[in-house]
Design a protein around this ligand. Structure first.
Ligand code: TYD
Length: 138
């Protein structure tokens, strides 16, 4: 079981119905497993470059939940004081990325698919892409 050490984070466990070999069903309902109203979703697939580094930013206000719905990747979290890396392998476990949590995604398996739920629209001005600026805001 994952134990989070970083601030502004959390774990979401989806409801699941396992029906092998006929598939695995995962369910997240707002106000039950999902702690905010979802305004936007995005997903990342075809991560053929296993040494790709995605993320490398924090947000000022945005709340997101990140899932690895297929394959594996490593989620690296940094709240400005504490760092933690989580190997994402369980499609039913999401990590809440709250404000001011620097995150990078690395070590992707070829079949990795990342799903993100967000509580707001895409806003360029909500991104902190400079690590020095991030540490000043902590
Ligand atoms: P970015 O958030 O940096 O991706 P990642 O954290 O996965 O590496 O976004 C990559 C590009 O896509 C960037 O130019 C902004 C754009 N983008 C949108 O236009 N809308 C969105 O909802 C998202 C998530 C990204």
């Amino acid at each position: 079981m994952i134990k989070l050490k970083v601030k502004n984070s959390g774990i979401v466990k989806l409801q699941n119905f396992d029906d092998p070999p006929d598939g695995y069903l995962y369910i997240g309902t707002v106000k039950k497993e999902i702690p905010f109203a979802i305004k936007r979703i995005y997903y990342i697939n075809k991560l053929a470059n296993k040494i790709a580094i995605r993320g490398k930013h924090a947000h000022k206000k945005l709340h997101q939940i990140i899932f690895c719905i297929n394959g594996k990747f490593t989620l690296n979290l940094d709240d400005g004081n504490t760092k933690q890396s989580i190997r994402m392998t369980n499609p039913g476990l999401g990590i809440i990325l709250g404000p001011l949590l620097w995150h990078t995604m690395t070590k992707f398996s070829k079949d990795c698919v990342i799903l993100v739920l967000a509580d707001d629209d895409y806003k360029k001005e909500d991104y902190i892409r400079d690590y020095t600026e991030f540490t000043k805001l902590i």
